[in-house]
Write a new protein. Structure first.
Length: 149
């Protein structure tokens, strides 16, 4: 069946938008305060969940980093122990073995001090404060003071 030029199929009309929510005229102040209380309660629960998620994420990052550092430290310890013994035996060919061991020990004490300072500095960069939650709480407080803006 062919349509003539003046007979075009039309798309179905979109459904009308739902009416805006309105407060019943007989709502009491107690009912309104109750609804506000429920809204605030829901907002607090949501903010607490956000804070938990942020803290969990940062803790997981810190835990993984510390675990990797521990494993690397153990492997490095074994390697450095044998390397240090090699250096002590090599220096023992040139001087008394006790002096050779003391020199190697002093070098490792310096390396250990430097690594401690660097590790402490990096650990301070881990942020367990839920920044996003703090910011949204500030926004909520600003809105609560001026709800029309």
């Amino acid at each position: 069946m062919a349509l003539s030029s003046h007979e075009r199929p039309t798309a179905p009309a979109p459904p009308p938008p739902p009416p805006p929510p309105s407060m019943p005229s007989d709502a009491s102040i107690g009912d309104l305060i109750g609804e506000i209380g429920q809204d605030v309660s829901q907002l607090v629960r949501t903010e607490i969940e956000l804070a938990k998620a942020e803290i969990k994420q940062e803790s997981a990052k810190a835990g993984k980093a510390v675990g990797m550092l521990g494993g690397a430290g153990y492997a490095g310890h074994v390697v450095l122990l044998f390397a240090s013994l090699t250096v002590v035996f090599a220096l023992a060919n040139l001087m008394d073995p006790a002096w050779a061991a003391l020199i190697v020990t002093a070098l490792w004490a310096i390396v250990g001090g430097v690594l401690y300072v660097m590790g402490r500095k990096r650990l301070r960069t881990v942020n367990l404060k839920p920044e996003q939650t703090v910011e949204t709480l500030k926004e909520d407080a600003r809105w609560a003071r001026h709800p029309t803006s």
